[in-house]
Structure formats: C-alpha cells, structure tokens
Write a protein that binds this ligand. Sequence first.
Ligand code: 4NP
Length: 153
Amino acid sequence: MNILVICLGNICRSPMAEGLLLKHLHENLKFSDWKVDSCGTSNYHQGELADPRMLSTAKKHGIKLTHRSRQLKVEDFDEFDYLWVMDEQNYSDVVSICPSKKDKVDLISNFSKSYKGQMIPDPYFGDQNGFDEVYKLLDHICAEIVQGLNLKY
Ligand code: 4NP
C-alpha cells in the first residue's frame, strides 16, 4: 500500500506525518513494506529539509526527518493508493489537480478513530508551541491509523 501525505509547503506538517506513520508502521513489522512519502501543493520550499522548528520538535521525540520538500505532481495520483491531506485548503488544491481521482484524497484525520474531520493547523506563522501541538495531534492520529490497520488485516 502506498500513502502520500500532503500539506502546503511540505516542510512542517506532512514531513512530520510521514515520519510518524513510518515510526508507527515500523513498530509493527507486518506493515514495514508500506511505502510512505510526502509532498506539498506548493513549490515554495522545493528541495529544502523540514523547517528547523519541526526538526527540533521531531528530535525531542527521537525522530530524524530527512525528507526534502517536493511539489505534488499528477503522476502521484497513479503511484499512490491514498493521498492524505492536512486541511480543507489542501483538499481542494489536491482535488483540483486531478478531479477524476478525487476518491483517493481525504483528510488524514478521517482514517483515525477519535479525530475524524479534524484539521491539522498550519504552524508555519506561529511559534514553537504550534509545532509541538501539531506533533502531538499527528502522533495520536498516526498511532490510531496503524491500530486500525492492525484490526483490519
Ligand atoms: P506546511 O507549512 O504546509 O505544514 O509545510 C507551511 C510551510 C510554508 C508555508 C506555509 C505553510 N509558506 O507559506 O511558505
């Protein structure tokens, strides 16, 4: 199964979601062959590592983020089974690129049990606390997603 997680800049939320999904998947070896990648709807930060504030939050929790920002491309709709976005703006930006594959696109929170419909707030223009909050939210969501897979397979 191939999962692509998507935000606006691909330097804050989606690289963290990628790192957390991989962490939770790898803790359950059954799913270690799943492919997880991330990208942004924009090319604002093409080629850059995650924002230093997100890197710092990740490091505090023992997670090393090495992903470099890239922009969503139309081929991604074929390559990936699921395209998981962080908020409604991402959703409409992603769907507008390939409306015929809209069924593959959904909020990441909709795949968790307790956070359905919840947006992952953009921390970019805030302070370090916002990054820590995004981490916590995504950690809970990704853990629940992997638990859900566990029940299903
Ligand atoms: P992200 O956060 O979408 O979670 O990576 C942002 C990163 C950069 C910008 C906005 C949001 N920006 O405007 O440059």
